[in-house]
Write a protein that binds this ligand. Structure first.
Ligand SMILES: CC(=O)N[C@H]1[C@@H](OP(=O)(O)OP(=O)(O)OC[C@H]2O[C@@H](n3ccc(=O)[nH]c3=O)[C@H](O)[C@@H]2O)O[C@H](CO)[C@H](O)[C@@H]1O
Ligand SMILES: [Mn+2]
Length: 365
C-alpha cells in the first residue's frame, strides 16, 4: 500500500466515526439548509416573476405636436396589467402613475369611482366649468354642453359659465337636476390669440363676482371639444393640469415651452416636468384665481416688453405649473385628438376629445 492510500483509509475511517458520533447534528444541518432553500425560492425566484418586479418593458412613444406634420405619430406599446381582486382595479404598469413630487397621474384603472363618489357626495360640492365661445366658436357649444351633460360630473351640481360675446347664440340644452348654464357676456378681440390669452384675465376677474360664492372647484376648458366618456370627481384637487397629448412620452427638451429669456413664460432647456395643455386645467377656486391672475399679469408684462409667448396662454400656464407643482395631473385620456394621434393601446378611455375644426373658417371670424 502506498502512503497516500494508507492516509486515505485512515481518513475515511476517522470520518465514518465522526459521522456516526455526530449524526444528530448533521440531520439538523441538512434540515436548516432545506429551509433556507425554500425561503429563497419563495421570495426571490417566484417574486421576480410578478410584474411589479420585472424590468419595465421598453416603451417608445413619439407623438409630434400640431405644427410639425413631417414626423408621423409612432407608438409602440405593450399592454400589461394585472387584475387586483381586492380593489376591482386594473393595476397599471404601462404608464407613469406618479409625478416626481408624488402627485397622482390620473388614468383609467387608478381609481374606483364608486369609492370616490361615496367620499365626495357627502360634501355637497358644486363644480364650475368655464368655457369661452367667442365669435364663431359658439357653434361648438351645443355638442360641448350636450356631451358634458352625459359625462361631466354626473350626479353633482354643476354651473357651466359660458363666456361669450353672442349671448343670443348660446343653445338651450336640457340639463340634469342641480345643473345650470350661466352666460357671462364679455368683449371679443380681433386676433384669436388674444381671445385665448384673455381667458386668464376674464376667469380671474369673474372669480370674486361669481366663482368664490358659487362653486367649490373650477375646470377651465376649451370649447372645440366634446366629452366621450366618464369624467368625474377623480380630477378634483387643489390644482390640476392635463398632459398635452402631443407631448406624452417625449423628452422635455422637445417641449414647446417659451425659450426666450425676455418672456415671463421662459423655461430654459433642460428644465420643466411635463408639457401641459392650455385647454384643460383647474382646481379649487382660490388656486384657479391665483393661476389665472398670475398668467394674466405675466402676459401684461410680456405685452409691455413687446413679446408674445410662443403658445400664448399655454406657455404661461406651463411656466406657472413648473413653478407651482400641480397636486394632480390628468393623463391624456382627459384631452386627446384621435384624428391627429390615433388610438394607442395605453389609452383605455377617451374622456374629452377634439372636435374637427376648420381653422381658416372659424378663427378670427
Ligand atoms: C386643447 C388645447 O390645449 N388647446 C390650447 C391650444 O390651442 P387650440 O388650437 O386648441 O386653440 P383654440 O382655437 O381652441 O382656442 C382656444 C379656446 O379659446 C376660445 N376661442 C378661441 C378663438 C375664438 O375666436 N373664439 C373662442 O372662443 C375657445 O374656447 C377655444 O376652444 O393653444 C391655445 C393657445 O395657443 C390655448 O392654450 C388652447 O387652450
Ligand atoms: Mn382648442
Amino acid at each position: 500500500m502506498s502512503p497516500p492510500k494508507v492516509w486515505n483509509m485512515l481518513e475515511l475511517r476517522a470520518l465514518k466515526e465522526w459521522l456516526s458520533n455526530n449524526s444528530k447534528r448533521w440531520l439538523w444541518v441538512i434540515l436548516a439548509l432545506a429551509a433556507c432553500l425554500g425561503v429563497y425560492s419563495r421570495f426571490f425566484i417566484l417574486e421576480l416573476n410578478t410584474p411589479a418586479l420585472r424590468p419595465e418593458p421598453q416603451r417608445s412613444i413619439s407623438i409630434q405636436h400640431r405644427d410639425n406634420p413631417t414626423v408621423q405619430p409612432s407608438v409602440q406599446h405593450q399592454e400589461m396589467s394585472k387584475a387586483d381582486p381586492q380593489t376591482k382595479l386594473q393595476r397599471r404598469i404601462d404608464v407613469p402613475l406618479l409625478t416626481p413630487w408624488l402627485a397622482p397621474i390620473v388614468w383609467d384603472g387608478t381609481f374606483d369611482k364608486d369609492i370616490l363618489n361615496e367620499q365626495f357626495q357627502g360634501r355637497n360640492i358644486t363644480i364650475g366649468l368655464t368655457v369661452f365661445a367667442i365669435k364663431k366658436y359658439v357653434v361648438f357649444l351645443k355638442l360641448f354642453l350636450e356631451t358634458a351633460e352625459k359625462y361631466f360630473m354626473v350626479g353633482y351640481k354643476v354651473n357651466y359659465y359660458v363666456f361669450t360675446d353672442r349671448p343670443g347664440d348660446v343653445p338651450k340644452i336640457p340639463l340634469r337636476e342641480g345643473r345650470k348654464v350661466i352666460t357671462l357676456v364679455v368683449r371679443n378681440y380681433t386676433r384669436w390669440q388674444d381671445i385665448c390669452m384673455h381667458r386668464m384675465e376674464m376667469i380671474s376677474n369673474f372669480s370674486h363676482q361669481h366663482f368664490f360664492q358659487e362653486v367649490d372647484y373650477l375646470a377651465c376648458m376649451d370649447v372645440d371639444m366634446k366629452f366621450s366618456d366618464h369624467l368625474g370627481v377623480e380630477i378634483l384637487s387643489n390644482l390640476f393640469g392635463t398632459l398635452h397629448p402631443g407631448f406624452y412620452g417625449t423628452q422635455p427638451k422637445a417641449f414647446t415651452y417659451e425659450r426666450r429669456p425676455r418672456s415671463q413664460a421662459y423655461i430654459p432647456k433642460g428644465k420643466g416636468d411635463f408639457y401641459y395643455a392650455g385647454g384643460f386645467f383647474g382646481g379649487e377656486v382660490q388656486q384657479v384665481y391665483e393661476v389665472t391672475k398670475a398668467c394674466h399679469e405675466a402676459m401684461l408684462i410680456d405685452k409691455s416688453n413687446n413679446i408674445e409667448a410662443v403658445w400664448h396662454d399655454e406657455s404661461h400656464l406651463n411656466k406657472y405649473l413648473f413653478l407651482h407643482k400641480p397636486t394632480k395631473v390628468l393623463s391624456p385620456e382627459y384631452l386627446w385628438d384621435e384624428r391627429l394621434l390615433g388610438r394607442p393601446a395605453f389609452l383605455r378611455k377617451l374622456r374629452y376629445v377634439a372636435v374637427p375644426k376648420n381653422h381658416a373658417k372659424i378663427r378670427n371670424k
